[in-house]
Design a protein around this ligand. Structure first.
Ligand code: ADP
Length: 639
């Protein structure tokens, strides 16, 4: 497009319209956040120019001082926020401010709760910050010119926040962007010097560029003469030093929190943070935050993750994911290195050994920060963390074997100790409660918490008061495949292999032998009938209330993992379970005494199918099961 295109009027995308409508009519309880959003955008635009100028300093047009300026006009009831950052050309204005072709918009609309305060806070998180201007303004003007282009490449965008916006060429000498908000009648406060200064301080102290405002007129001097105000003097309103470069003791907790909101686009306070300067072989500063809530796209593979990367205070890129492992993808923050080159690229980051050692150190920092939080037991911070990010951290032992022990200590489980769904027991808690002769950490894995809690495999453990971890998250089978031991104790799936409890007395062992002997005939008969469905049938002492259960062979894949793989379309090799029968159960006794071979076969199949159902498994032939069952029920009436 050429620079001399006349004024044209374009329509917003449908989603943008909805969003604007929402902004204008309902997000009204926290008006001042528009300031945070617009200053944040201005500071990002300056960061972008600073970075681009590293490769081409002609973009600076001989003016390398960066600043943001806020001008108020009480009479016109306007506020103007200007920056000397990258600016935009005509196409970029249309792309960035007109179409909102951003996936975030739809998700934003979906996630609205109807709770205005919360909703307005969500704005920043979904990258629709610019539109927040319409909370306080009924008309917004953007005058911008891309750095490095001529003055007549300037563009004026304007909208009343309804269905359309207009765009036209307008000469602009200075590079960068000015956004003018024509304030609504009841938003006059944002044309007031005192009010605006306090809002800027609140939200923008940590931003590394100065936010300038006109110095307020000095009070009249002693002799009553007004001081001449012909000289325009600007002063910085915010602290304007990169927050992470300041000493830990100089930064107030509120400043850390405000900075978190700036880097994360989150609206809530973080749970905790860790700010460190490293000197020595490598020199870098890091500021890492643990959010209080999972972002809406935590499980989206394309979610943006990683830290904001700076090299010697120059912004290099957002979402530098090379500095933390995937299982810590929820961490937000900044890393500022003195060792990397200013024109470092993502590809280089992947291979740089300095990045590798920073990654190791930062990973340890995060794990230590979590350990500290877990230990503090202050409030419910760790429980909150676990609720939102526990399942992500469970990926850790597989991804990061070096830190396996540290991660294992951070894991939390449901166990039969409390029988509560809340995952709040640590492995250290478990080990401390282990019985004298117990040498293993027992666990059961199932589709969901209830199935786990009611698993027949737990019967003997409950009887003997041995604690079992109740696992039902999708990653749990995966986790347990990689977590082999803790504190010298091996993990044992209670549904896998032959049951051997270290605490078993001689009598118990003898009783088991007798049981096996006495059940030989029954086991033999059942094996014949179920030949094609099971790999083995055996008598067991692990059940007290149930008639039978399924056991996985020592080297077979767990049933939960199997189901997940199958659901994902993976072809799995055939593997048959072991059926264990409780000979003391009335059904088993009935079976043992059944003379009719047909009925015997029917009953044996029903017992097997039921053992599958109790595990939360699917029957191969549910119709067959139902018809056998119904036949039995009808026969019952005839007796
Ligand atoms: P976000 O900043 O989260 O991407 P916004 O709706 O706030 O979403 O802004 C949309 C886009 O408009 C930005 O990504 C940026 O490209 C552009 N933009 C906004 N403000 C400015 C500015 N002051 N200078 C240059 N570009 C800007």
């Amino acid at each position: 497009m050429t620079a001399d295109v006349k004024k044209e009027t374009l329509g917003f995308q449908t989603e943008a319209k909805q969003l604007l409508h929402l902004m204008i009519h309902s997000l009204y309880s926290n008006k001042e956040i528009f300031m945070r959003e617009l200053i944040s955008n201005a500071s990002d635009a300056i960061d972008k120019l600073r970075f681009a100028a590293l490769a081409d300093d002609s973009l600076l047009e001989g003016q390398g001082d960066y600043s943001i300026q806020v001008d108020l006009d009480k009479e016109a009831n306007t506020i103007t926020i200007s920056d000397n950052g990258v600016g935009m050309n005509r196409d970029e204005v249309i792309e960035n401010l007109g179409t909102i072709a951003k996936s975030g918009t739809a998700s934003f609309l979906e996630s609205l709760t109807g709770d205005e305060r919360k909703d307005s806070q969500l704005i920043g998180q979904f990258g629709v910050g610019f539109y927040s201007g319409f909370i306080v303004a009924d008309r917004v003007q953007v005058h911008t010119r891309k750095a490095g282009e001529s003055a007549d490449a300037g563009v004026l965008w304007e909208s009343c926040g309804e269905a359309e916006f207009s765009i036209e060429s307008k000469v602009r000498e200075a590079r960068g962007t000015s956004i003018t908000l024509f304030l609504k009648k009841d938003c006059e406060e944002f044309a007031d010097d005192f009010r605006v200064r306090s809002v800027i301080k609140k939200y923008s102290d940590h931003i590394s560029v100065p936010v300038m405002m006109l110095k307020p007129p000095a009070p009249p001097s002693e002799d009553g003469d007004a001081v001449s105000d012909t000289e325009i003097e600007l002063e910085a309103v915010n602290e304007a030093s990169a927050l992470w470069m300041r000493g830990r003791t100089e930064v107030k907790s509120d400043e850390y929190k405000a900075f978190y909101k700036h880097v994360s686009h989150d609206y809530e306070d973080p749970l905790t943070w860790s700010h460190n300067k490293v000197e020595g072989k490598l020199e870098y500063t890091s500021l890492l935050y643990i959010p209080a809530k999972a972002p809406f796209d935590l499980w989206n593979r394309e979610m943006s993750r990683g830290l904001k990367l700076y090299v010697q205070r120059t912004f290099i890129m957002d979402d530098a994911e090379q500095f933390l492992p995937l299982y810590l993808r929820f961490i937000k923050g900044v890393v500022d290195s003195n060792d990397l080159s200013l024109n470092v690229s993502r590809e280089i980051l992947q291979q740089d050994p300095a990045v590798e050692s920073m990654r190791n150190a930062l990973t340890k920092r995060v794990l230590d920060m979590l350990a500290k939080m877990a230990k503090a037991k202050k409030g419910n911070d760790y429980a909150t963390f676990w609720k939102h990010f526990g399942t992500v951290l469970k990926e850790g032992p597989a991804e990061d074997t070096t830190n396996q022990v540290k991660i294992a200590k951070l894991l939390r489980f449901s166990t039969t100790h409390t029988d509560l769904e809340e995952q709040d027991q640590s492995l250290e808690d478990y080990v401390a409660r282990m019985q004298e002769k117990q040498d293993k950490i027992y666990y059961v894995v199932a589709e969901n918490f209830n199935t786990a809690k009611k698993s027949p495999h737990l019967e003997v453990f409950r009887k003997k008061g041995i604690e079992v971890l109740l696992l039902s998250d999708r990653v749990d089978d995966w986790l347990m495949n990689h977590l082999r031991e803790f504190d010298g104790k091996q993990f044992q799936d209670v549904a896998r292999g032959a049951l051997e409890l270290a605490g078993d007395s001689e009598e118990e062992k003898e009783a088991q032998e007798t049981l096996t002997k006495e059940s030989e005939a029954l086991v033999e008969r059942v094996s014949k009938v179920l030949e094609n469905r099971v790999s083995e049938v055996r008598a067991t002492a692990r059940l007290t209330d149930s008639a039978a259960c399924l056991v996985v062979g020592d080297f077979d894949m767990g049933s939960q993992m199997r189901r997940i793989m199958e659901a994902a379309g993976q072809e799995m090799p055939e593997s048959k379970p072991i059926l264990e029968i409780n000979p003391a159960h009335p059904l088993a006794e009935m079976l043992d005494q059944e003379p009719d071979e047909d009925r015997f076969e029917s009953l044996a199949n029903i017992i097997f199918d039921q053992a599958t159902l109790v595990e939360g498994g699917q029957l191969d032939d549910p119709a067959d099961y139902v018809s056998r069952m119904n036949k039995l029920l009808v026969e019952m009436r005839q007796v």
